[in-house]
Design a protein around this ligand. Structure first.
Ligand SMILES: [Zn+2]
Ligand SMILES: [Zn+2]
Length: 227
């Protein structure tokens, strides 16, 4: 498994191109913005983009979907069904963040409607990219239809905005729920082995073991708004 990371948007989101070293098939997880760097990387390395996979529908994770799909039209666009409303709301998301309509173009946020999903990912299914097999796990709490992708042979999980190094995703946005997020992380991420590498939607990589030991949201050291 080869993972190339592109840090994108003002939110410093980790867009990943994940490819099979044997077959050259690839997927892009969370294309944050239209990006020549991503397209050139795929072409220069002769990779076949099979899928654009979205952990969830926030603009910093999906803003590059339309451009990438246009360049690689055979790539599937995949996300969880419970995330469809957020995904299709892309052109309106900046306005909900308080950005004024006349500022959208200057900020690179004048989004068009994103392409229709090819199909929806289901909890427990295995997404195959070449010889790689990614187990899809529904992990709500940051948003309703957030997913994480676990590759068991490679001992790697892509956690989007559920779990970060030393932190967790926001739960104050629409669809967010703190208790649900903690329960999701415990059930869907912490049940993987301690030696699993965690590749997060923002910030550095970590491991399940390190987070079990150090993450104040998981050790019980820090409980938001609780006694
Ligand atoms: Zn998010
Ligand atoms: Zn994010």
């Amino acid at each position: 498994m080869i993972v190339e990371t592109f840090v994108q948007t003002a939110f410093q989101q980790n867009t990943r191109v994940v490819s099979c070293g044997v077959t050259g098939e690839a997927m892009c997880i969370d294309p944050g913005e239209p990006s020549d760097a991503v397209q050139n990387y795929l072409r220069d390395n002769g990779l076949e983009l099979r899928a654009i996979v979205l952990t969830h529908g926030h603009l910093d994770h999906i803003g590059g979907t339309a451009a990438l799909k246009q360049e690689f039209p055979t790539a599937e666009v995949l996300l969880h069904a419970e995330e469809e409303d957020l995904y299709t709301s892309l052109p309106r998301q900046p306005l909900l963040m308080g950005i004024q309509p006349h500022q959208l173009a200057a900020m690179g946020m004048d989004y068009e409607d994103p392409p229709k999903p090819t199909r929806f990912l289901e909890h427990g299914e295995a997404l195959e990219i070449g010889k790689l097999k990614f187990e899809i796990r529904h992990c709500p709490g940051h948003t309703l239809g957030h997913i994480v992708l676990a590759e068991h042979d490679q001992k790697t999980v892509f956690t989007g905005d559920c779990l970060f190094s030393g932190s967790i995703g926001r739960t104050d946005l629409p669809g967010g729920n703190y208790d649900r997020l903690i329960a999701s992380i415990n059930a869907q991420v912490m049940t993987l082995g301690d030696d699993f590498k965690v590749m997060c939607g923002h910030g550095p990589d970590t491991t399940v073991g390190l987070e079990r030991e150090m993450n104040p949201f998981l050790t019980g050291q820090y409980q938001l708004g609780r006694q």
